[in-house]
Design a binder for this molecule. Sequence first.
Ligand code: CP
Length: 333
Amino acid sequence: MKTNTTTGKGKAKKSRSGSRAARDGDFVWTRKHLLGLEGLSREELMHIFHTADEFQQVSQRSIKKVPALRGRVVANLFFEDSTRTRMSFTLAAQRLSADIIDFSASGSSISKGESLRDTVRNIEAMGVDIFVIRHTAGGAPHYIARCTDCHVINAGDGQHEHPTQALIDLFTIRERKGRIEGLNVVIVGDIAHSRVARSNLWGLTRLGANVTLVGPTTLVPRAFEKMGAKISSDLDAALDEADVVNMLRVQHERMTSQVFPSLQEYVRLFGLNAKRLKKAKPDILVMHPGPINRGVELSSDVADGPNSSILRQVTNGLAIRMAVLFLLNQVSD
Ligand code: CP
């Protein structure tokens, strides 16, 4: 049975665990929260993509709004800056006809000593159904999920996970390459501080991609091998066989010490420019989650060139976030 993404009605069914859940064929969606991609099954990932496919179609209509979340309230809780994730969740909730309220730590009563728990409980008391949270501390969304009855979506927690960004990346690879299984995906840069890399790695390996992590040894911990990745510090060698290259920003704001000799050296060894790209497969897909440091991890001619899917990733973010909001809303305790 297909989930009706237009109305959101009539397709929920009691699962064996007793929760009401969204169904698609024989698959039953049962997760109340999206806290990370660790532990998501292949079926769950594919179900999100199928739901997002339907919302892509909605986004191409002249009237792009559906009533699926009418009467529901989504609260954005952002304790760290964001452009794409925040605006995309806002628009996704609006397209689903939810009411959306926006909280930023800056300018809030956090400055008067109010705790995270009290902040969340007070906002919940206004009648919120879904929290979308970004926080500098890894695990903050998991903590919030324990202190509220609402659905919780992790919009990026410290260096831990950024599940919707990874879903966008996987969805974009599937769209552009027609598959994920068997592809050689290279993720380059500041892996150590990257929640995007962690979430991508969980999702890519679950769907059968071969993942190589490339960067300075100080920024690519060996521990990632245990998650199924190969590790290299030779970008040119890794690009030889790559179908997809995902370039990450150097996150100076999360570093406590100098991790490479100079930015010039970093750009020479790990920056992607047109000359380097010429040696890769002609149809290599160049990705970046944003924000880009132009001239560091990517030159502008590559960022804006024909192999780049960077703005397409942003466009796809809307359908993915509509799908996640829609699916979680189908599940109740
Ligand atoms: N990719 C991403 O999370 O971008 P923002 O920090 O702008 O949300």
